[in-house]
Ligand binder design. Structure first.
Ligand code: SDX
Length: 439
């Protein structure tokens, strides 16, 4: 296949280089397009646009492949821990025992948040959305760690990364405790990442919550599966903010905001709300799918479809098994899981979904698992953010350490042609008239 693409504009032909990735993914390099042709490209939603070269995660949406630094997600889910996966994503290889011990020790050392930060929770109303609080508290946390802002040294970067991944857990749990009027529970140094989070979420001053191993294992799996996913909306946001030279905390706080949207990370909560409504109102699933397919229908089958996966999301396959296993072990059957399975079956046998290659994505089953652990629905996307933090940090690092310039896309202007300023006494109630235009 040729290593250049030819574009003909106004009779003039221009050769554009083809960039080929590790797995044979191909891109037309348009870096010189505007300066040679006076044209930019237009790709609303960026479905056809590569924003960067990245070595962190590989996704093949046609084949349902996901690899972190070359390692298949199935193998990581089976063998790794979230703390180890964080190191892999950020540093590009699996840690040695010594590296993992040091890295894990940093998580323990920095699991507390500054006492001054705890006071912020008194200012949030109990109804404050956990994602708003999380984003605010990440930036607030950086105010207590000014030395973490200028990460010139690898050591400073490593400490900052460990601090952020460790503390997001403490902030999330404290936010939950404050919202339900319970005293905040401090982390315990002898607990691992996931057990410590569940301890901070569910322990009480007079009774420690003993995290059951099945919930800890399920949480570990959820965090590993959510840890990165190439240039998704929130990771691209982190890169965009990082490209201005913004520090890691500010960039990741922006990632939290992008993840919040219901088309992205907010979908896991939307799925459970959809399943709950189907359950409570005893909705016929075939009728619901018919509603979803309606041309003018604003209703989407949440947790289904994906910009990249035109195959079953490999993460959904694993999460479906985790949901079955956890609910079985906890002896906590959930009618929502049964509804989800039946809904999947109806959709995957429906031509609308088959033709559009719409399959369950990572959000379709994750909520049922979080629900079984007792995590409130409005915290589901916070759990997604906790998992995605290492991926955001790895992307921040790739931009910060690379020679990548400021991200500043161009546009096609479709607004008003030039016109003059109209003094207010000349403006009519019906708006501006032709005579006011500059034409
Ligand atoms: C995540 O990018 C990532 O990697 C994200 C993520 C990650 O790990 O970071 O994987 C996490 O965000 C997963 C996605 C979670 N969102 C949802 O589950 C929300 C429901 N899904 C859809 O809104 C949708 O599928 C998107 C937003 C995820 C993707 O949409 P696209 O790629 O823009 O596709 P589209 O909207 O152009 O849809 C193509 C067609 C349309 O129908 P037609 O106009 O061709 O008739 O498919 C239809 C859509 O109406 N369609 C759906 C549908 N998703 C797409 N119809 C019903 N239900 C759906 N869920």
């Amino acid at each position: 296949m040729s290593d250049t693409a030819k574009i003909v504009i106004g009779g003039a032909a221009h050769d554009l280089p083809i960039v080929v990735g590790t797995e044979g993914d191909r891109a037309v390099d348009i870096t010189k397009l505007r300066v040679t042709t006076g044209h930019v490209t237009l790709d609303e939603g960026y479905a056809n646009t590569g924003s960067c070269r990245s070595a962190i995660t590989f996704v093949d949406g046609e084949k349902g492949i996901l690899r972190y630094r070359g390692i298949p997600i199935e193998q990581l889910a089976m063998n790794s821990t979230f703390v180890e996966t964080c190191w892999l994503l950020i540093y590009g290889r699996l840690p040695t025992q010594e590296q993992l011990k040091t890295w894990s020790g940093l998580f323990t050392r920095y699991e507390m948040i500054h006492e001054g930060l705890y006071k912020h929770f008194d200012g949030f109303p109990p109804t404050g959305h956990p994602m708003a609080i999380l984003s605010a508290m990440i930036n607030a946390g950086s105010c207590y760690e000014p030395d973490m802002m200028e990460m010139e040294s690898d050591t400073t970067f490593q400490v900052a990364a460990a601090r952020l991944i460790s503390k997001i857990r403490t902030i999330a749990a404290a936010s939950y405790k404050a919202s339900i009027g319970q005293p905040i529970v401090y982390p315990k140094p002898h607990l691992d990442y996931c057990s410590n989070f569940l301890h901070m979420m569910f322990s009480l001053p007079y009774r420690d919550y003993e995290p059951d191993p099945d919930s800890v294992a399920a949480l570990q799996m959820i965090l590993i599966l959510h840890a990165d996913h190439e240039q998704n909306c929130s990771s691209s946001t982190v890169r965009m903010v990082a490209s201005s030279g913004a520090n890691m905390f500010a960039s990741c706080a922006a990632g939290v905001c992008a993840l919040w949207g219901r088309l992205h990370g907010g979908a896991n909560a939307a799925v459970v709300e959809m399943l709950q409504q189907l359950h409570d109102q005893r909705v016929d699933l075939k009728e619901y799918v018919t509603l979803v397919k309606g041309k003018e229908s604003p209703v989407r089958l949440m947790g289904f479809g994906h910009r990249v996966y035109k195959q079953y999301d490999p993460r959904a396959t694993i999460l479906k098994e985790v949901a079955d296993r956890l609910l079985g072990r906890l002896k906590r059957p959930d009618p929502l899981l049964e509804i989800a399975k039946r809904l999947e079956d109806v959709a995957l046998n429906d031509p609308y979904f088959i033709e559009r290659r719409l399959y369950p994505n990572v959000d379709f089953y994750s909520g049922v698992i979080l629900r079984a652990m007792g995590i409130p629905v409005n915290m589901f996307t916070v759990m997604f953010a906790m998992g995605r933090m290492p991926g955001w940090i790895a992307n921040w690092k790739e931009v910060h350490n690379g020679a990548i310039a400021l991200y500043r896309p161009r546009q096609v202007y479709v607004g008003e042609p030039e016109r003059r300023y109209v003094p207010i006494h000349e403006r009519s109630a019906a708006g501006e008239s032709g005579r006011e235009s500059g034409r």
